[in-house]
Design a binder for this molecule. Sequence first.
Ligand SMILES: Nc1ncnc2c1ncn2[C@@H]1O[C@H](COP(=O)(O)OP(=O)(O)O)[C@@H](O)[C@H]1O
Ligand SMILES: [Mg+2]
Length: 344
Amino acid sequence: MSERREAGGEYLLEARGIVKKFGDFAANDRITLRLRPGQIHALLGENGAGKSTLVKIMYGALQPTAGSLHWCGQRVAIANPADARRLGIAMVFQHFSLFEALTVVENIALAMRGAFDPGALGERIARVSREYGLPLEPTALVADLSVGERQRIEIVRCLLQEPKLLIMDEPTAVLTPQEADQLFVTLRRLADDGCAVLYISHRLEEVKQLCHDATILRHGEVVAEVDPQVETAASLARLMVGADVHEVNTAGHVKGGEPLLTVAGAGAVRGGAAQRVPGGARRRGGGNRRGGRQRPVGVVRGPVRRTSRGAGRGDHRRPALRHPRRDRTTAARSRIRTGGAARP
Ligand SMILES: Nc1ncnc2c1ncn2[C@@H]1O[C@H](COP(=O)(O)OP(=O)(O)O)[C@@H](O)[C@H]1O
Ligand SMILES: [Mg+2]
């Protein structure tokens, strides 16, 4: 452990020997993790390593089978998220819990205790979002917002609690690179203000860029505590997986040729009605249910070849495209159909 990490004084939150069993299966196995004020601490591990289980325990959303939590050196029982929030722990979950039909301010108000003045709350939201570089329009309807904007609501909701510890479970999985960069600015600002951040991510380069410490889990156990600044992405990946991770480089094998996929006529439409477009294809689902926001739609034409094992796609068939920045509901609304394969 480096000197820098030895120094730094009192722990804000310490998890000691946390065990969480689901039946006979130990999702967390004697995990010890220590978080310091003003530090961004990465929690790394493959899918299923036990990261989300551990942070849910820290936030009181799950109870440990064994082990203890210590807040500023005092043993604490965090029976539920309200207990966690009272201590100063806030969490942005992997999956948001927002009401699409409500506005930003209404969604945030739902998380507030006691009575509140909507005007004053709107002003607080605007101020916090400005201070931390998280632009948000308090009166906007959630249904009209992008995934990145929705995440900002969750973060601002946390910041209004003036947390001492902010837990983020894979926050950049849904963000564009620009949105991720903006998030890093916010997190650094929070850490500079003395807030501890526990940061779960699979993106090792961004962990190196952002985090002061890293704890690595494998099969529910801590396998290493490292300084991400002195590690490489490859060495972090090796610790996560327990073996060398080879880069897949297909550059030498890829031959040029006919395009596999062509997107034609991409644009934005209002309203959700199916529309005829040149070439006999149909496009559907532009706009959201309220028809108030423009969403890009387009026509995808084949030929589309086999895309993955077991997913043979003949020419002019509908490819299984997933938009990485949209949730399933939105993706479902904007199905992309290939030319000539339109179904009613
Ligand atoms: N409620 C649950 N019931 C049973 N098994 C669970 C439950 N939650 C998580 N698990 C299992 O615990 C392991 C760790 O899960 P999780 O903490 O979500 O991992 P990670 O976030 O690192 O991907 C996984 O094998 C998962 O299937
Ligand atoms: Mg997880």
